[in-house]
Write a protein that binds this ligand. Structure first.
Ligand SMILES: NC(=O)c1ccc[n+]([C@@H]2O[C@H](COP(=O)([O-])OP(=O)(O)OC[C@H]3O[C@@H](n4cnc5c(N)ncnc54)[C@H](OP(=O)(O)O)[C@@H]3O)[C@@H](O)[C@H]2O)c1
Length: 263
C-alpha cells in the first residue's frame, strides 16, 4: 500500500518567488510560505510598499529568508533584473506564484486602448515573461511548481470585466500549454481561480458594505473569501503533495462558479 504523507508541507530549503507580494493574496501566500520555512522573494512596483510588506512579514520570518525586489511585471527589463537578483542570491527557484495583477472593471464600450494595454501588459504579458525568466532557475533546482493567479471570471462571464476576464482565460491557457511543455523538465504548471476575495482590489471594486453583503449572498458558502483561503491552495499546488497535478485550474471561490446559493 502507498504511504500517504499527512504532514503539513514544509518548504525548508525551498526558494519561492511571489510576484505582487506587497498586499492581498501575494502577501498572505508569502507569509504562509515563510511560516513553513521557505525562502521567499516578493516583488512590487514601489520600494515603500515593499518595505511596509517586509515589516508586516517580519513576524513570520527573519530578514534572511525574505528578499524584496522592486520589479514591474509589465517591464521585461525589470523581470530580467529580478531573475538576475534571484540567481545571485539563491542560484535557483523551486516555486513561482505569478500573482501580480490589476483589476479593470468597465463595460466593453468604455475600454480605452491604454486601459486594454495596461491590463494585458500586467496580467498576461507579465505572467508569461515572469515564467520565461524563471525557467532557468527552476531548471537549476531540478524542477519545481508554477502557480498562476487567474480568476473565477475565466469560467463565468462578468459584464464589467471583458478585458480582465479574457486576460485571466489567457493565463489559465498558459498553464495548460506550459504544463505539457515543461512536464519533461519536472516542472508543473497550474492556475488558481479565486472567487471574491477581500483585498484592496476587491474593495476598490465594491467599496460599500451593502454591495459586499449583496455579493457574499451570491456565494454558496455565503461569505467572501480571505487571502489566507487562497494562500493555502497555492501552498498545496507549490508543494510535493500535489505532485500528480498539472495543467489544471483550482477554483477557490466558495462554490460561486459551479453552484447556486442554497438559501
Ligand atoms: N480580489 C479578488 O477578488 C480577486 C479575484 C480573482 C483574482 N484575483 C487576482 O489576484 C491577484 C492578486 O490580487 P489581490 O486581489 O490580492 O489584489 P491586491 O491586494 O491589489 O494585490 C495586487 C498585487 O499586485 C501587485 N502589482 C500590481 N501591478 C503590478 C505590476 N505591474 N508589477 C508588479 N506587481 C504589481 C501589487 O503591488 P504594488 O501595488 O505594490 O506594485 C500587489 O502586490 C491578481 O492577479 C488578481 O487579478 C483577485
Amino acid at each position: 500500500m502507498t504511504e500517504i504523507d499527512t504532514a503539513v508541507p514544509d518548504f525548508r530549503d525551498r526558494v519561492v518567488l511571489v510576484t505582487g507580494g506587497t498586499t492581498g493574496m501575494g502577501l498572505a501566500t508569502a507569509r504562509l510560505l515563510l511560516e513553513r520555512n521557505a525562502h521567499v522573494v516578493i516583488t512590487g512596483r514601489d520600494e515603500g510598499r515593499l518595505a511596509s510588506a517586509a515589516e508586516r512579514l517580519s513576524r513570520a520570518a527573519d530578514d534572511a529568508r525574505l528578499l524584496t525586489v522592486r520589479a514591474d511585471s509589465a517591464d521585461l527589463t525589470d523581470l530580467e533584473g529580478l531573475a538576475e537578483v534571484i540567481r545571485e542570491r539563491h542560484g535557483r527557484l523551486d516555486g513561482v506564484f505569478a500573482n501580480a495583477g490589476v483589476g479593470a472593471f468597465q463595460r466593453a464600450e468604455e475600454v480605452s486602448e491604454a486601459a486594454f494595454d495596461h491590463v494585458v501588459d500586467v496580467n498576461f504579458k507579465g505572467v508569461f515573461f515572469t515564467i520565461q525568466q524563471a525557467l532557468p532557475l527552476l531548471d537549476a533546482a531540478g524542477g519545481g511548481s508554477i502557480v498562476i493567479n487567474a480568476s473565477w471570471t475565466l469560467h463565468r462571464g462578468m459584464a464589467v470585466a471583458p478585458v480582465y476576464a479574457a486576460s485571466k482565460a489567457a493565463v489559465h491557457n498558459l498553464a495548460r500549454t506550459l504544463g505539457a511543455d515543461l512536464a519533461g523538465r519536472n516542472i508543473r504548471v497550474n492556475s488558481v481561480s479565486p472567487g471574491y476575495i477581500v483585498t484592496d482590489m476587491f474593495t476598490g471594486f465594491a467599496p460599500e458594505q451593502a454591495a459586499q453583503d449583496a455579493i457574499a449572498a451570491t456565494v454558496p458558502l455565503n461569505r467572501l473569501g480571505q487571502s489566507s483561503d487562497v494562500a493555502e491552495a497555492v501552498a498545496f499546488l507549490l508543494s510535493p503533495q500535489s505532485s500528480y497535478i498539472t495543467a489544471q485550474d483550482l477554483l477557490v471561490d466558495g462554490g460561486l462558479v459551479t453552484a447556486l446559493p442554497g438559501s
